[in-house]
Ligand binder design. Structure first.
Ligand code: SF4
Length: 535
């Protein structure tokens, strides 16, 4: 699986197409979805978006997604996932992928530090699930394609069904082999499948895929893209017919498939996809991908959001994907894989204690209910306030989990970004950054890149912040706010927003539009604190 961060500061070229994109909900006459829960959305609303709750979907769907950090934005604050790198081979080539590159500080799909046999993988999963009771999901996401390595993938699942029966099993695939393996997928109760679909038009696809290997032959160009497209659509339809939840990953490649992703969204919704995850291209030259070497840039934060927003009203959108590595361990946005290398596993006493896992998860459920209640209370309070404007701003939040404002600015490796108005505080993405505080002191060289990462935000909510970054952020027009320490994020964001509006109304400040921000998903993070690795 793929994707990569673009760390270049200024786009080499700008494409007017993204700015001209019209909302999907406003533009298209949408067919009814064939599955998932994406059937009830009205115009301009993301039907059953990934942050939705039990009231927005049938109970059997909610039961499948509620503890899945990738299928539920809300669950990702509380539950962890793990990938095992048992699938090295791939049956297609994508211009954004280079599986040869490996660096333990690198965060993108297709990258792993250690490939595992199915037996090693099972041992690792059991050890991790014993140590991390909030780990609910096990996925196989490469570093090649899970279904191009069917024996290794399904051997792993078979053993896990016996040894860790409470784990949800997931697969990520490019879809080429999918139609042939749907029966096998269902046999192992894999009820979450991710398909990477970047196009529904082979003329677009041939710019992304130089070749595929299919039916014992290497196909190239348009013919290759056409076969891939047909297999992807067929596989998606077959999974929907079997009631398997599907998530579609699409890599946004400016100038190649930006506007086209709106059509992709429509087509996958038509075929029953539950979620659509539009991710930025990662194309650093040093990764050695075709796109990296040819200067194909990734999107800016505004460009990514524009395409995601334009798809509102189509298939439900996922905006919290971390483009993890194929051996990621932990909560989304962190990686604890260094704690579970094979040599360390040899030294560990592992007891898979189902009761301990269940009782931990019950505690998580209580915290999660408290967060939901706080959010509903804050929304109710906000909507009761008079609002005769349609002011909407972005707010960055420093959090280390639990859905609260609870991280020191200097310790942040990833900000969460919320879109806030009088009536909503909606998670719309995250921004990875280099940690500002190194060895107890601020590293001023990091500061400009941190500011660039949240430059489109009006405020940043933190647990604490030093004088130097406070001044720098203020000078850049981003208000540092440490008044909501320990509060649930939505409540804090809405409280700040109401205060902001009151200051505008009193003439104390003047509202200014913000600029664009830089997506930096391949940024360095400390292994000990967590590096996000791949799906
Ligand atoms: S890449 Fe990470 S966040 Fe995205 S779907 Fe896979 S596991 Fe979830």
């Amino acid at each position: 699986m793929q994707t990569n961060a673009n760390t270049s500061s200024t786009p080499a070229k700008t494409y007017v197409s993204i700015g001209q994109i019209k909302s999907l909900g406003a533009k298209l006459d949408l067919p009814a979805a064939g599955g998932g829960c994406g059937t009830s959305g009205g115009e301009g609303k993301a039907s059953c978006g990934s942050s939705d709750g039990p009231e927005d979907m049938p109970q059997h769907i909610w039961d499948k997604v509620k503890d899945h950090p990738c299928y539920s934005e809300e669950a990702h604050h509380h539950f962890a996932r793990m990938h095992v790198a048992v699938a090295p081979a791939c049956n297609i080539q994508c211009n954004y992928c280079n599986r040869k590159y490996d660096c333990s500080n690198e965060s993108r799909p297709g990258v792993v530090s250690q490939k595992l046999t199915p037996e090693q993988a099972v041992k690792k999963v059991v050890a991790v699930a014993s140590e991390i009771p909030q780990m609910t999901v096990l996925g196989i996401a490469g570093p090649g394609d899970a279904l191009a390595n069917p024996k290794k993938t399904f051997d792993t699942f078979r053993m896990l069904q016996e040894q860790a029966p409470d784990l949800k099993l997931c697969i990520s695939t490019n879809g080429l082999a999918l139609p042939d393996l749907v029966d096998e997928i269902c046999k192992y109760n894999v009820d979450h499948v991710t398909i990477t679909i970047n196009m529904v038009d082979p003329a677009v696809g041939e710019k992304i895929y130089p070749w595929i290997f299919w039916n014992h032959k290497r196909l190239k160009g348009y013919e290759a893209a056409k076969v891939l497209h047909e297999r992807q659509m067929l596989g998606l339809e077959m999974l929907t017919a079997r009631g398997v939840l599907t998530k579609i990953n699409s890599v946004l490649i400016p100038g190649i498939n930006d506007e086209h992703l709106i059509e992709v969204n429509r087509e996958v919704k038509k075929r029953g996809a539950f979620l659509h995850n539009i991710m930025p291209l990662i194309s650093e030259p040093e990764h050695g991908t075709v796109f990296g070497l040819t200067g194909q840039r990734g999107p800016t934060a505004s460009e990514l959001k524009a395409v995601q927003d334009a798809c509102m009203g189509g298939a439900n959108l996922m905006r919290h994907c971390r483009q993890c590595r194929a051996d990621a361990v932990g909560l989304l946005g962190e990686d604890r894989s260094e704690e579970f290398t094979m040599d360390k596993l040899e030294q560990m006493d592992v007891v898979y204690d189902l009761d301990k896992r269940r009782s931990y998860q019950e505690k998580v459920e209580l915290e999660r209910n408290a967060q939901q209640a706080a959010k509903q209370e804050a929304l109710a309070a906000a909507s009761a306030m008079p609002a005769n404007d349609d002011l909407t701003v972005l707010v960055a939040v420093a959090t280390k989990g639990g859905g609260k404002v609870n991280e020191h600015f200097g310790h942040v490796t990833e900000f969460q970004v919320f879109e806030v108005s009088a009536t909503k505080a909606l998670f719309v993405g995250h921004r990875r950054v280099d940690q500002y505080c190194q060895g107890g002191a601020g590293d001023d060289e990091q500061l400009p890149s941190v500011v660039r990462a949240i430059n489109d935000c009006h405020a940043v909510l933190v647990a604490k912040i030093g004088a130097c970054p406070r001044d720098e952020l203020t000078a850049a027009g981003v208000e540092p706010v440490d008044a909501y320490v320990g509060e649930f994020i939505e409540k804090a964001a809405l409280s700040w927003f109401n205060d902001y509006r009151a200051r505008i109304a009193s003439g104390a400040i003047v509202h200014q539009h913000r600029g664009d921000a830089q997506i930096r998903q391949g940024a360095y993070t400390h292994a000990a604190d967590g590096v996000a690795l791949a799906a």
